[in-house]
Design a protein around this ligand. Structure first.
Ligand code: ZN
Length: 355
């Protein structure tokens, strides 16, 4: 850099999350010429990060950091810091001296899906509709091959959503196959289809708007960016991004009107095919759907193990409290004593995957 002699022994380090918009002059030899990419941590990285954040926290004997690391694929460093913080807060809320594994489980759900809004008043009809909608996502999620396992399904409102189906990959996922993406679209369609099938075409709700939006976006990306349609391995449209805002402001169109029509047709073809696929999956498993929806309506939350038991026609293990079941605990508004101080201020991390 200007102002430094080559023998000054000064090393300059800088970081950015927009390497794509850096002035090439900055990157010439002799300037910032070594680049270290810091991506999301893998399982070993997550274990190391968790060790750092739990250093000053009294952990229960049941806490196994490597298990938490394995169960949090896609989490960023900030997500993990948030996870530890939420777990500590949860233990403090119930005056526990040690942070135990269930505290981490609850914290994980909170980081993944947002906080529960148990106070929200929902009509029985709306609740029933949500249960069938979420069961639709869950059932399709279980039936399409190579999809991420369903981690949890809930009809307790979280954040802006009335219900949520959360998938969690088994390991670190760095790329996605066409089969996987098509499966994701089918899963997104599952909610609306369940509403149509069980409540009639005129009683479908606005609850599926986000599913539809994401499915369309994904299908469009498959056509325009990933070359996964009959239009071939081409990209269509260049994104012009506003420097420093990091926001896509204009889609630069580099294709003809004719191609635009073909793109729209391909997008529609992909989404419709997956809609039909999800529809037949739900039709074929109508009994399972009803069982899953009614149990969900009754229990409000089901974890992956419980879902698989219901689908297999096994009775639910009644020794286990319902998933996310902090219901048995005293509902304290305000912790009376704070044995543990939150180690970190809450950090809002980006959520890897939500459904
Ligand atoms: Zn949905």
């Amino acid at each position: 850099m200007d102002g430094f002699e080559s023998n000054d022994g000064v090393i300059l380090i800088a970081s950015t999350n927009r390497p794509d918009v850096l002035d090439p002059a900055l990157l010439r030899p002799g300037r910032f010429d070594r680049r270290v990419v810091v991506s999301r941590p893998d399982v070993r990285g997550r274990e190391g990060i968790l060790k750092v954040h739990t250093r000053k926290i009294p952990l229960g004997e049941d806490v196994d950091i490597s298990v938490i690391a394995r169960g949090t694929p896609g989490f960023t460093g900030a997500d993990l810091a948030n996870l530890v913080n939420e777990a500590a807060l949860n233990a403090a809320r119930y005056n526990k001296k040690l942070v135990a594994m269930p505290d981490f489980e609850l914290a994980k759900d909170k980081v993944l899906m947002g906080a529960e809004r148990k106070s929200m008043v929902i009509s029985p009809d709306e609740k029933r509709n949500t249960a069938y909608h979420e069961a639709g996502h869950t059932l399709v999620g279980l039936k399409v091959p190579n999809a991420d396992p369903v981690h949890k399904v809930t009809i307790i409102p979280r954040g802006m959503a009335l219900g949520l189906t959360q998938q969690l990959p088994e390991g670190d996922r760095h790329s996605a196959t066409k089969e996987y993406l098509l499966g994701q679209i089918a899963i997104m369609m599952g909610g609306r289809i369940a509403e149509e099938m069980f409540f009639g075409a005129n009683n479908v709700t606005t609850g599926a708007s986000n599913d539809i939006e994401r499915a369309t976006e994904l299908a469009r990306a498959m056509v325009c960016e990933y070359g996964m349609s009959e239009l071939g391995p081409l990209t269509f449209g260049k994104k012009e991004e506003q420097i420093f805002l990091g926001r896509e402001i204009a889609q630069h169109r580099d294709f003809s009107e004719d191609t635009a029509i073909k793109i729209d047709q391909e997008v529609k073809k992909i989404v419709s095919a997956q809609y039909e696929r999800a529809k037949s999956l739900i039709e074929e498993n109508r009994d399972t759907m009803v069982r899953l929806s009614e149990t969900l309506l009754e229990r409000e939350s089901l974890d992956g193990v419980q879902i698989r038991r219901i689908v297999a026609g096994l009775p639910l293990d009644d020794d286990q409290p319902p998933a996310g079941g902090d219901d048995e605990r005293p509902q304290l508004k305000e912790p009376t004593v704070k044995p543990l101080k939150p180690i970190l201020p809450p950090i809002t991390g980006s959520n890897p995957a939500t459904a």
